[in-house]
Design a protein around this ligand. Sequence first.
Ligand code: NAD
Length: 416
Amino acid sequence: MLSQTTAFDAMQARLRAAAELFGLEDAVFKVLLTPNRCVIVSLPVHMDDGRWEVFTGFRVQHNMARGPSKGGIRYDPGVTLDEIKAGAAWNTWKTAVVDVPFGGGKGGIICDPSTLSMGELERLTRRYTAEVMDLIGPDRDVPGIDMGTNAQTMAWVLDTYSMHLRETANGVVTGKPVGLGGSLGRTEATGRGVLISAREAMQRLGKPLAGATFAVQGFGNVGSQSARLLHEAGARMVAVSDRRGAIRNDRGIDVHALIKHHQEARTVVGFKGAEPMDPAELLLMSVDLLVPAATDNVITEANAAKVRAKVVVEGANGPTAPEADPILLSNGVLVVPDILANAGGVTVSYFEWVQNRIGFYWREREVNERLVEYMTHAFAAVFATTDKYKTNPRIGAYILALGRVSQAMRYRGFYA
Ligand code: NAD
């Protein structure tokens, strides 16, 4: 039977396990179990053909003890309040794991951006921004990009917010175009974080990254940037997939040539330097590194026992179901959990926000160097916590985050 666990259930299951091991007091646990605020907004939009359509949008703030909430806005037909709640909580843990002064938030609109014109997308984004105007702000809640949104979306949010405020508030969003206060290095930041996580994990196994084999599920922002950076570090990509299918070549896939093919074909399918393969098989290949970088709940109770990768670096959010964790652990698969492995994006978002606040912009080299420092520090802290509590790295990462968030909550006290 398929698992009925929702993304938010999966988050709560990990939180419960970590809280028990950490010995978290009941009052703080109860606060962290549910989001602080969930807002549902109704968004009338004038469509190009003259009709009015009404979309549904969400903004969730899970916890703000350590700073303004931070989290992307997702445009997708499958968006649910449950997944936005899970995303907001993951961002509370992720920002605490890399130790940047943010809390966790997330937003979304139920829509299919591929069927909307630029004008419709702009009107939808501006109406959403106006509806959540009182919730967001550089010191309140800072949205960013996620699936289905991009730098242009962020520019519209910035403009709408700034017009209402009568001042330019570029710190209200991250992932903006570089010419509008965006940070150099943001586009590849999550992939660069995956690269750093992969290198550190291989080092723990006593193996170099150069020459290691890897497979990637998903070839969007995270998948393609991770693949490119791993390839440039000397690792060999033997398989990759996207929504349309999967390809493999045991001698190695030329990632730069694949990126070129993908720019034209919008899919990895049909690439000349590889053979087609069954996408389900990609997750089960005997490789050094497996990078799920597409969507949640892909390594489950049903296939976990057949995963033969030495290391799983979770580029996507929530790719492993809670029931799969003990199976991977008992088979000796080292999992670098999502709240660490894909935290490079939120780390550079923090750098973007800092640059907006000081009005002084860093060179790309400085951004990348600081990212390496934050990620390697976080990686070491997660594994030190894992060893201390004799647990797996996922629960280790949750405990590290819980420690930091609960300490901030205790300092602040409960306002009643
Ligand atoms: P994206 O929309 O750019 O790319 C998603 C890719 O996954 C596409 O290639 C799509 O075809 C593929 N895909 C979708 N479903 C698939 C399936 N069932 N099998 C194989 N491939 C499939 O999205 P993205 O920004 O790269 O995000 C991917 C994941 O990483 C999401 O879980 C997202 O929340 C997470 N994430 C993204 C960032 C970021 O900075 N973009 C940061 C942290 C986490």
